[in-house]
Design a protein around this ligand. Structure first.
Ligand code: NAD
Length: 501
């Protein structure tokens, strides 16, 4: 088995297929964004490994789908127990691999990973499908039947968190899984495979394949044996997955990018609004939900900017393993170049740089990785590239509006519709405005509060479908209605009708 050590934590760099570590002839470099060092040579899978993983998942499906829900739930809780025992290992490996803050991984993200398993295990047992209903004496019984092999493809910005939003409900529902993490953050998925094995998940129920999207992801999504594809990532990749999935009409769920509006009315609690606005730089702006278009009511523009600059200038950029750091690196050097390209084009089009606007050369010289300064643009043409395209870096644009109608019009003037953030002191206005916003999630006077019972997803180009709570089970299952007549029984064994247990 090929293993790398990250801060003393051994991590397999092989695939995990059918309960075995499987290597590939070729490998790719896994680079830490913190310092640009190669931290692992990871198995570079292709069509062969993709096919093996789907076969393993297919072979495990009859056993797992027939496993009683209570036993499936028990195993998911056992995985959660082990995630909780290994929070420190998971946190340091994820931070080293993707550069997000270790303090967030320790306090928020990794405990949420455990919660993802517990939530969907409990939802399966307590909340799913207990209601039968009657039509002229006939009983309707709705069941959420396992669909088969699910291919789950995740991005690098919150690798284990986003992967387990999919893995947990897919497994709870009785499906078997092939998980393909991003090639830029492959390591925690490998630890998850170890954890699942230690927890006693049967071989082949969870498989992890490593490699580049076009090489190992593409054969997975084009495989006719796959029952569901759930993907989180960029719009261009979603297009190619949709094309491949169309050949076999494989159902897809897409969680994609955004250019979400962050709307601040003059009647808002300004300190609260500014505090939340500065949070849009979290994870160096590499957050799909980030409210990157600050829409501020004209009359409070100057006051907002003043407070914002004060707060944002105090952000400390540096090593994400340091608890004092607020902003870490971009995921890799080419991504930083892409972010800088957006910024330089905006500058040349006449947008005013209010903050940042360049790479953080000092921190990069000190640590070696790609660091970009938190950036804010003012005086921006709302139709310009920087105002309409997802940068996926620490870059915000400031626009002003005049009244509710203008705010709604500007907020909705986007091809995306992932989230919207709204700050106002007027409850009626909050209801009026949020009712008109096109977004999968609207946050009012808050940001990033997420309950797994709620639907999550994007409108317009931000996604297809919703996941979370029942919506996850709707996607990962074949939902079936069984209608049973009261007539025609020759033997009831004392039961009324059929028991669907
Ligand atoms: P990406 O599309 O480049 O890659 C995502 C995943 O798809 C990776 O695992 C990659 O290897 C794989 N992939 C690439 N080409 C493929 C192909 N042809 N077939 C199958 N798989 C393929 O995205 P990224 O750069 O990793 O992530 C950033 C994007 O993700 C941003 O647009 C961001 O907004 C979005 N995102 C959305 C959400 C959400 O919940 N809506 C959450 C996080 C990130």
């Amino acid at each position: 088995m090929n293993v790398t050590e990250i801060a003393g934590v051994p991590v397999s760099t092989d695939h995990w297929i059918g309960g075995q570590r499987v290597s590939s002839a070729d490998t790719f470099d896994d680079v830490s964004p913190i310092d640009g060092n190669v931290i692992a040579q990871v198995a570079r899978g292709g069509a062969d490994e993709a096919g093996q993983a789907v076969r393993a998942a297919q072979a495990a499906f009859p056993g797992w789908s027939a496993t009683p829900p209570a036993e499936r739930a028990r195993l998911l809780h056992a995985i959660a127990d082990r995630v909780e025992q290994r929070i420190e290992d998971l946190a340091i490996v994820e931070t080293t691999d993707n550069g997000a803050l270790i303090r967030s991984h320790r306090r928020g993200v990794m405990p949420r990973v455990a919660h993802n398993f517990r939530f969907f295990a409990d939802f399966l047992i307590n909340d799913l499908g207990h209601e039968d209903f009657e039509t002229r004496g006939h009983r309707n019984h709705v069941s959420w039947d396992p669909a088969g092999v699910c291919v789950l493809i995740s991005p690098w910005n919150a690798p284990l968190m986003l992967a387990t939003w999919k893995v947990a409900p897919a497994l709870a529902a009785g499906n078997t899984v092939v998980l393909k993490p991003s090639e830029f953050s492959p390591l925690t998925a490998s630890l998850l495979a170890d954890i699942a094995q230690e927890a006693g998940l049967p071989d082949g129920v969870l498989n992890v394949v490593q490699g580049l999207g076009p090489e190992v992801g593409a054969p997975l999504v084009g495989d006719p044996r796959v029952a569901r594809i759930s993907f989180t990532g960029s719009v261009p990749t979603a297009r190619s997955i949709a094309t491949a999935a169309a050949a076999h009409l494989t159902p897809v769920s897409f969680e994609l990018g955004g250019k979400s509006p962050f709307v601040v009315f003059a009647d808002a609690d300004l300190d609260l609004a500014v505090e939340n606005a500065v949070e849009q730089y979290d994870n160096a702006g590499q957050v799909c939900l980030s409210g990157t278009r600050l829409l501020v009511e004209e009359s409070i523009r100057d006051a907002f900017v003043e407070k914002f600059m004060e707060r944002a200038s105090a952000l400390r950029q540096g090593d994400p393993r340091d608890d004092a750091t607020d902003i870490g690196p971009s995921i890799h050097a080419a991504h930083l170049e892409k972010v800088d390209g957006f910024v330089q084009r905006a500058r040349s089009e006449g947008a005013t740089v209010l903050l940042g606007g360049e790479p953080n050369a000092e921190v990069s010289a000190d640590l070696g990785g790609p660091y970009y300064r938190p950036t804010l643009f003012g005086d921006v043409d709302p139709t310009s590239e920087i105002s309409t395209q997802e940068v996926f870096g620490p870059v915000l644009v400031l626009h002003t509006f005049d009244g509710e109608d203008d705010a709604v019009q500007q907020a909705n003037a986007s091809e995306f519709g992932l989230a919207a953030v709204l700050f106002t002191g007027d409850r009626d206005r909050a209801e009026r405005v949020s009712a008109q916003l096109v977004a999968g999630t609207v946050w009012v006077n808050c940001f990033f509060v997420r309950d797994l019972r709620a639907p999550f997803g994007g409108s317009r180009m931000s996604g297809v479908g919703r996941e979370g709570g029942t919506w996850s089970f709707d996607f990962f299952c074949d939902v079936k209605n069984t209608v049973t007549s009261p007539n025609g029984w020759t033997s009831t064994n004392g039961n009324e009708g059929i028991s669907h247990g």
